[in-house]
Design a binder for this molecule. Structure first.
Ligand code: HEC
Length: 509
């Protein structure tokens, strides 16, 4: 029954919801039209004052997040307890208004440019606009429902919906500022698995390519520089103001100008410095460090002379026999690790939780050293490249529990001895092993002779002799043996080749 007074009441009290509705819809239309009207981000066209306000986006955005979370908690309490929220429009009004301001500032930040993550940025922009629009619509609904003094299903649905969109938009926003993996970086591995992340601290090896497809810079040149030069030419320690840890910095050079001159190896400072006589003060690497090997320098020179392209593959450059030999000495052994030799089929074979735990626990002692062979493999590879001389028998013994899972290990230039090699007896799947420039002796080869799956062994620069190497005759899968700079005789090499016709022995001559 509608009385005259009721009608009168609506007459005046309907004015406010009506105003909110018209104004609210206008704002929503403007928000949605904004990206279409303004177009692509362009720092040069945008006045400083707009960019100034843009910087306030990260400050303002916390207000709507806080208010909407609070309103949602209130509504949940109202649903499940006897609690009754005050019938007021003020919080939702401030929430919606601050959401609009946050989105406006965010848009200012966006058109000022400087962000690269294209798709994520677009998602976040639209997430923000939809959230602010949902917030304003919720305000409109609330303004009409206010006289009811209780929450309706529609209003609650709109609050929960708004919070949902808000979470989505703010997660994208956080990913833009902190990086995509931010939220789950330290999550338990089980949660990370659900989200599609790899287990913590466990890097997964890149798929391995045949020689022709390898990128000369990335797969050969930079690894050589990492091994020989980067320790003194990196961000935290850039001798001669010269960093060698990325292509751009390599080209840029240091105090003395360009590091490399594409097409001209001999004019390139990195080559010039390495080719100076060792007694010269300017010779690189400095006297105290192991000198760069001739074959390593040969590969670098070949790459520079061929134009120093950062992405070209071996197949795209002219490969001479000499360079092929030099590359083979780099001992990439990757084709073997990849199981290309046919002895191992990379079946999906996921690591056990126990192994994952063990590998994570070891990550602290061996940063970046342990890697699963592939995303679906329980087999491990190990490299001591970042430890080198710091890896001794004692530290090595910590790896004991994961050794049975190893398929490839690079222990070259470390301080390990025959004692560590003894621990390898359990590495029954080991296919690639580098022991070059270590203190191992013939005694170590007894252990190796029992690892029947070995396909490549690098013993260059060790004290092994004929007596030791002869034991390797029993390794019928062996395809490559690196023996240069050892005392192994020509006679023994011939003998080995007779016993294992498929074996390639690299002696450096
Ligand atoms: C043990 C530390 C150390 C290592 C390792 C090292 N360098 Fe250096 N490098 C220096 C120091 C110190 C200087 C500055 C003094 C000088 O110019 O001789 C320098 C300067 C240079 C410069 C001159 C940069 C400029 O523009 O002034 C080049 C080029 C260079 N190094 C190349 C190399 C290469 C190539 C390697 C690896 C094969 C290497 N360095 C390894 C310490 C090192």
């Amino acid at each position: 029954m509608t009385t005259e007074t009721d009608q009168k009441k609506c007459g005046s009290s309907c004015l406010r919801p009506l105003a909110i509705t018209i104004f609210g819809l206008l704002i929503i239309s403007i928000l949605i039209a904004m990206p279409f009207l303004v177009g692509e981000p362009n720092a040069e066209k945008i006045p400083d004052i707009v960019r100034f306000f843009g910087r306030f986006h990260p400050v303002v955005l916390h207000l709507p997040i806080g208010i909407f979370s609070l309103i949602m908690i209130q509504e949940l309490l109202a649903m499940f307890t006897r609690y009754k929220p005050q019938p007021t429009i003020i919080p939702i009004f401030i929430g919606a208004a601050s959401a609009v301001v946050a989105v406006l500032f965010g848009f200012f930040l966006y058109i000022g440019g400087g962000y690269e993550m294209g798709e994520l940025l677009q998602d976040h922009l639209w997430g923000g606009i939809f959230f602010a629009s949902a917030a304003v619509l919720t305000l409109i609904v609330k303004s009409w429902l206010l006289p009811l003094k209780f929450s309706t299903v529609l209003y609650r649905a709109m609050i929960f919906g708004s919070v949902g969109i808000m979470s989505y938009a703010s997660h994208d926003g956080a990913s833009i500022t902190h990086g995509k993996d931010y939220l789950f970086e330290y999550a338990p591995d089980s949660l990370r698995k659900i989200q599609g992340y790899e287990p913590k601290n466990v890097k997964v090896g890149a798929p391995v390519k045949p020689l022709e497809e390898q990128i000369v810079y990335e797969d050969m040149v930079q690894p050589i520089l990492n091994k020989r030069c980067v320790e003194c030419h990196k961000e935290s320690k850039s001798k001669g103001k010269f960093r060698m840890d990325s292509y751009e910095l390599l080209v840029k050079g240091g105090n003395e100008g360009d590091g490399i001159v594409p097409g001209k190896a001999l004019d390139s400072n990195i080559v010039y410095r390495c080719e100076l006589p060792e007694v010269d003060d300017e010779h690189m690497p400095p006297e105290s460090k192991t000198d760069i090997e001739d074959h390593e320098l040969a590969v670098i020179k070949w790459w520079i002379d061929s134009g120093a392209d950062p992405v070209k593959t071996v197949a795209q450059l002219d490969l001479t026999e000499e360079i092929r030999a030099a590359i083979s000495k780099l001992d990439l052994s990757v084709d073997l690790v990849a199981g290309k030799s046919g002895s191992a089929t990379p079946l999906a074979d996921l690591p056990s939780d126990e192994l994952l735990k063990a590998v994570s626990a070891l990550a602290k002692d061996f940063p970046g050293g342990l890697t699963f062979e592939s995303q679906v493999s329980s087999r491990l590879t190990f490299t001591a490249i970042s430890l080198r001389n710091n890896l001794d028998d004692q530290l090595f013994s910590k790896l004991k529990s994961v050794i049975p899972s190893m398929v490839a290990m690079d222990l070259s230039s470390t301080a390990i001895t025959d004692d560590s090699v003894k621990l390898l007896a359990t590495a029954k799947d080991l296919r690639v092993l580098r022991l070059s420039e270590t203190k191992i002796s013939d005694a170590a080869l007894d252990t190796l002779a029992s690892l029947k799956n070995l396909e490549a062994i690098n013993l260059y620069g060790t004290r092994v002799t004929d007596a030791g190497v002869e034991k390797l005759k029993s390794l019928t899968h062996l395809k490559r043996l690196y023996l240069w700079q050892t005392d192994v005789s020509e006679g023994m090499i011939t003998k080995l080749k007779e016993a294992l016709p498929e074996l390639e022995i690299i002696t450096g001559v």
